[in-house]
Ligand binder design. Structure first.
Ligand SMILES: [Zn+2]
Length: 347
C-alpha cells in the first residue's frame, strides 16, 4: 500500500473539524439500494413499544435542508442517544445472539436492513464455524455443535475493494448466556451511527462497515475465535485496498480514558492516528495492547488496525451484560474519536 495518503492526515484534522463539507446536507439515503429483503414493517423504526430504533436521518446533526447554503449547516455529529437505542434493541428485544443461533440471524437481518436504509450495498456472507469445546468456559454457554454465522458487509455505492479504503467493524454475536449490551451491541451501535454520518458527509477515503459474526470463542487458542474477521481477511484479494481497520468492541462502559489498542505486533499508525484524533476532539484516551477482538485478524495480515474499547466490567460474558452497563457519554466519546479521525482522512 502507498503511504502518501496518510502523510497529510493529521495536518488535515484541524481543517476538517468544524468545516462543513456540504455533502448530502439532507442526510438522507439516495434510495439506491441493492440489498434484498425489504423490511416487513414489523420491528422497524418507530414501531411503538418494542419497536427498533431506526436510522437517525432526522438527527439534528444533519438537519440542514438542501435549500440552505452548505456553509451554514453544522457538521454532522455522532448521535450517542441513537446508538444507545440500538444497544437497547439488540440486548433487550433480540437478546443473546450466539453466533449460530436464530437470534443472531434475526440481528443480522436487522443490521442488514439498517445499512440498506442508509443507502449502502449490503452483502450477508455465511461464516461456517466449527464445533465448540464443551470444556471451554461452559459458564459462557459455549455451543458445541458446528454451525453457520454471518458477516454483514456494507459498502458505499461504487465501492472498489482494490482502491484504498477503511474498514470499520464490530462483532454482532454474543456469548450464549449474555444479552451482550456492552459486548457487543455497543460496538455495532457505534458502527451503525458512523454509517449514518459517513453517508451524510463522506470522508476522503471510502469506508466499508462490517458487523462481524462469530467473534466470541468456541474454544481456546487463536484459531477458535474471530471466525468472521479471519474469514474476511482470508478472502481479501491480493490487490486489496484495505489501508486501515478499526474494531469497535465493548465501547460503552464508562471510563476516564477510552482504550485504543493494538495487538502489539503489527503496524501502529491507526492507533496513533486515533489517539491524535482523540486529542484533537478533546477526548481522553490511552494506548493499550489487546488481541481479543477483530482488529487482531487484520493486524496479523499487516493491515494497520486498532481496537477501541475493552474497559473491564462486572457483567462481562454474563446475563448481567445489560443496557444499564452502557454509558451514553462513553458511546459519545468513542464515536467522536472515530468520526474525528474519519473526517481527517485524506487520500
Ligand atoms: Zn466482544
Amino acid at each position: 500500500m502507498g503511504q502518501g495518503w496518510r502523510a497529510v492526515l493529521l495536518a488535515a484534522v484541524a481543517v476538517a473539524v468544524g468545516a462543513c463539507s456540504g455533502a448530502d446536507p439532507g442526510g438522507s439515503p439516495t434510495g439506491e439500494r441493492t440489498a434484498t429483503g425489504s423490511p416487513t414493517g414489523e420491528a422497524r423504526p418507530g414501531g411503538g413499544t418494542g419497536g427498533a430504533p431506526g436510522p437517525s436521518a432526522d438527527a439534528p446533526a444533519v438537519a440542514g435542508s438542501p435549500g440552505v447554503s452548505a456553509t451554514l449547516h453544522p457538521p454532522a455529529r455522532f448521535d450517542a442517544a441513537a446508538a444507545y437505542d440500538t444497544v437497547t434493541y439488540l440486548a433487550e428485544e433480540v437478546g443473546p445472539r450466539e453466533a449460530t443461533s436464530e437470534a443472531f440471524d434475526e440481528a443480522a437481518s436487522w443490521v442488514r436492513d439498517r445499512f440498506a436504509d442508509l443507502g449502502y450495498r449490503v452483502d450477508v456472507v455465511d461464516v461456517p464455524v466449527p464445533e465448540g469445546d464443551p470444556d471451554y468456559r461452559p459458564e459462557w454457554g459455549t455451543v458445541v455443535e458446528p454451525g453457520t454465522s454471518a458477516n454483514v458487509v456494507a459498502s458505499p455505492e461504487g465501492f472498489d475493494p482494490a482502491e484504498p479504503h477503511v474498514v470499520i467493524g464490530g462483532h454482532l454475536d454474543s456469548v450464549a448466556v449474555s444479552p451482550g449490551a456492552e459486548d457487543n451491541a455497543s460496538g455495532v451501535a457505534a458502527v451503525l451511527e458512523l454509517a449514518r454520518l459517513i453517508r451524510a458527509e463522506p470522508p476522503a477515503l471510502p469506508v466499508r462497515l462490517v458487523a462481524f459474526g462469530a467473534e466470541e470463542p468456541r474454544g481456546a487458542g487463536d484459531n477458535m475465535h474471530h471466525f468472521g474477521s479471519r474469514q474476511y481477511v482470508r478472502n481479501l484479494p491480493d490487490d486489496h485496498g484495505a489501508v486501515a481497520m478499526v474494531s469497535l468492541d465493548r465501547v460503552g462502559v464508562a471510563a476516564a480514558r477510552v482504550p485504543v489498542c493494538t495487538g502489539g505486533t503489527g503496524p501502529t499508525e491507526v492507533r496513533d492516528e486515533l489517539l491524535a484524533a482523540a486529542e484533537q476532539a478533546g477526548v481522553d484516551a490511552e494506548r493499550c495492547e489487546n488481541r481479543a477482538s477483530d482488529h487482531w485478524s487484520f493486524e496479523k495480515a499487516d493491515i494497520p488496525a486498532a481496537r477501541l474499547g475493552s474497559v473491564p466490567f462486572a457483567g462481562y460474558h454474563s446475563p448481567r451484560d445489560v443496557p444499564a452497563a452502557v454509558d451514553v457519554d462513553q458511546l459519545d466519546r468513542v464515536g467522536t474519536i472515530v468520526w474525528t479521525w474519519l473526517r481527517g482522512l485524506e487520500r
